[in-house]
Design a protein around this ligand. Structure first.
Ligand SMILES: *[C@@H]1O[C@H](CO)[C@@H](O)[C@H](O)[C@H]1NC(C)=O
Ligand SMILES: *[C@@H]1O[C@H](CO)[C@@H](O)[C@H](O)[C@H]1NC(C)=O
Ligand SMILES: *[C@@H]1O[C@H](CO)[C@@H](O)[C@H](O)[C@H]1NC(C)=O
Ligand SMILES: *[C@@H]1O[C@H](CO)[C@@H](O)[C@H](O)[C@H]1NC(C)=O
Ligand SMILES: *[C@@H]1O[C@H](CO)[C@@H](O)[C@H](O)[C@H]1NC(C)=O
Ligand SMILES: *[C@@H]1O[C@H](CO)[C@@H](O)[C@H](O)[C@H]1NC(C)=O
Ligand SMILES: *[C@@H]1O[C@H](CO)[C@@H](O)[C@H](O)[C@H]1NC(C)=O
Ligand SMILES: *[C@@H]1O[C@H](CO)[C@@H](O)[C@H](O)[C@H]1NC(C)=O
Ligand SMILES: *[C@@H]1O[C@H](CO)[C@@H](O)[C@H](O)[C@H]1NC(C)=O
Ligand SMILES: *[C@@H]1O[C@H](CO)[C@@H](O)[C@H](O)[C@H]1NC(C)=O
Ligand SMILES: *[C@@H]1O[C@H](CO)[C@@H](O)[C@H](O)[C@H]1NC(C)=O
Ligand SMILES: *[C@@H]1O[C@H](CO)[C@@H](O)[C@H](O)[C@H]1NC(C)=O
Length: 423
């Protein structure tokens, strides 16, 4: 026993020592100098161990004898911060990920290493019009897997095909709120799983190049000026979970092929010019939780039953003036704002006014029994401007006006008759 005991403890000591030297392996001196010139505080003498609460955050590799910086995140940058070439150069060999959040007065760091895998800019590079993020600058970063830009205007070459031309490894693409212009590229050369190009100035049609990105899980093209129809080939995106094409100028009908995207969870087609009837296949899409079809030109009877609507987390359908719901299928206590019940022919009983807010859908529909309701509808529309009135108040008001006019007419006739007699 005795001769064996010191052996394991010695080994342990050796391992501990080794571990200590490995984890304490210092940052490369040139990189440390760069950090110091960026005023990145290094309180523990170990900048690789800094924490998220400060205005920058760093991660390092585990190389020895020196560690290297692999990612650099700037948050809420000071207005004195700048990233000159001589500071960035020592970092560029190891840096894989660079991120700026809320750095409005900073100029974009030119001379970025093309080895970068991830580049993010949120609300940054705003103050100087001449040094905005340029499309050509981004295009150089051809090893990117993640490009994550939002609320950061892109100047010169604001076209997607220029920016993405050489990025064959991209899987995550977000350029949102960034003044992007032009068309959706005719082809993509990468294996994208996430695309968010929302709130830019993209125009033209939804090209079928998008439908070849068969690994897409999320596609957001909302708030652009895209026109034409939703391509039938959208069905090729079988892994799609989130799809938003809201606030564009899309027309035509919802393609039936959409029904084969079985994973679809979140669908927003609101604020377009889509027409035709609302397809019934939505109620067979088991994963659907969020459905927004508001503000289009759909017509006919809504083909959904109450349990389907109740099972959605979010459902909006208002702002389709020719669309209505079947009262025997969907009870009126479901709050469907700005949405009318059908008459027996499948037409809306009244035209919902989009500005109307007081139509909660509870008391209002109760007055109508499907037939002969149209006269009452018109009466109701006249009174639409008045909020807080429920249906019976409105009928009373209408009746009042009617009675008043009749009395007025009689008095007027009486007066005329009298005058005539005097003449
Ligand atoms: C994070 O930084 C703050 C001061 O900046 C310090 O008080 C805190 O102990 C640090 N936390 C860790 C886990 O290092
Ligand atoms: C950055 O600023 C925002 C608002 O000014 C603040 O909410 C946030 O906590 C700040 N983040 C850091 C890491 O300092
Ligand atoms: C670093 O801080 C010093 C003094 O606080 C300041 O003069 C210098 O401009 C700062 N540098 C950067 C890059 O922010
Ligand atoms: C930058 O350009 C915008 C319009 O493009 C202009 O309103 C703004 O004044 C300009 N800012 C500077 C600092 O030149
Ligand atoms: C993109 O940037 C936003 C804002 O900084 C961040 O919350 C998000 O995690 C980033 N996404 C990726 C994939 O880097
Ligand atoms: C779109 O971007 C503009 C400015 O670029 C911003 O004011 C607006 O809130 C954004 N809209 C959405 C829906 O994000
Ligand atoms: C967006 O681009 C237009 C030109 O198409 C330009 O006039 C405008 O200043 C840009 N907006 C921003 C915030 O850069
Ligand atoms: C594309 O990405 C998916 C999911 O990330 C992956 O399964 C597939 O192998 C990739 N295909 C190619 C050609 O890189
Ligand atoms: C699409 O982008 C818009 C605007 O940026 C955003 O409000 C919306 O939540 C996004 N939708 C999805 C499904 O990602
Ligand atoms: C889809 O959108 C929801 C809600 O906006 C979000 O929680 C989810 O992460 C998104 N899924 C994908 C694959 O982007
Ligand atoms: C739908 O709109 C397209 C063009 O926008 C038009 O050609 C078509 O006739 C419309 N269909 C219906 C049923 O209104
Ligand atoms: C409403 O539903 C009932 C029962 O399913 C059906 O008999 C009736 O024809 C429907 N009305 C309209 C206008 O579709």
């Amino acid at each position: 026993m005795k001769p064996q005991q010191p052996q394991p403890s010695l080994l342990l000591l050796l391992i501990l020592l080794l571990l200590a030297t490995v984890s304490a392996s210092p940052l490369h001196p040139k990189q440390l100098k760069s950090l110091q010139s960026l005023n990145i505080s290094t309180p523990t003498n170990d900048p690789c161990n800094n924490n998220q609460s400060s205005s920058s955050s760093i991660t390092c590799d585990d190389a020895s004898p020196y560690r290297h910086i692999t990612s650099l995140f700037f948050i809420n940058c000071s207005s004195t911060l700048s990233l000159p070439f001589k500071t960035l150069k020592p970092l560029s060999k190891s840096l894989l990920s660079l991120s700026f959040t809320n750095c409005p007065s900073l100029s974009p760091p030119y001379h970025l290493p093309i080895s970068l895998h991830s580049f993010s800019a949120v609300s940054s590079f705003l103050h100087n019009n001449h040094t905005r993020l340029s499309g050509l600058f981004l295009a150089r970063l051809k090893n990117l897997k993640t490009l994550n830009i939002s609320s950061t205007p892109i100047s010169t070459s604001r076209r997607l095909y220029v920016i993405l031309g050489n990025m064959h490894k991209l899987t995550f693409l977000k350029i949102s709120n960034s003044n992007l212009s032009g068309f959706i590229p005719k082809s993509f050369h990468s294996n994208l799983t996430y695309i968010d190009l929302s709130n830019n100035s993209l125009k033209g049609s939804i090209r079928i190049s998008i439908t070849r990105l068969t690994n897409l899980k999320s596609l957001n093209l909302s708030h652009n000026s895209l026109s034409g129809q939703i391509p039938n080939k959208i069905k090729n995106l079988i892994f799609l979970k989130n799809l938003s094409l809201a606030s564009n100028k899309l027309s035509g009908t919802i393609p039936n092929s959409l029904s084969s995207i079985s994973e679809l969870t979140h669908l927003d087609l609101s604020m377009n010019q889509l027409n035709g009837t609302v397809p019934s296949f939505f109620s067979e899409m088991k994963n659907l939780k969020h459905l927004n079809l508001a503000d289009n030109s759909f017509h006919g009877v809504l083909p959904f039953n109450e349990s389907f609507i109740k099972n959605l987390n979010f459902f909006e359908i208002g702002g389709n003036s020719e669309l209505c719901y079947n009262k025997t299928v969907v009870s009126s206590n479901l709050k469907l704002e700005g949405f009318a019940p059908c008459d027996k022919y499948g037409f809306p009983l009244w035209s919902p006014s989009q500005k109307e807010e007081s139509l909660s859908g509870e008391n209002d529909y109760g007055d109508y029994n499907g037939e002969g309701g149209n006269e009452k509808n018109k009466e109701k529309m006249k009174n639409n401007e008045e909020e807080e009135h429920n249906g019976s108040n409105k009928t009373l008001f209408g009746l009042g006006i009617g009675l008043f006019s009749i009395v007025f007419l009689i008095l007027f006739l009486f007066y005329l008759a009298k005058r005539c007699r005097w003449i």
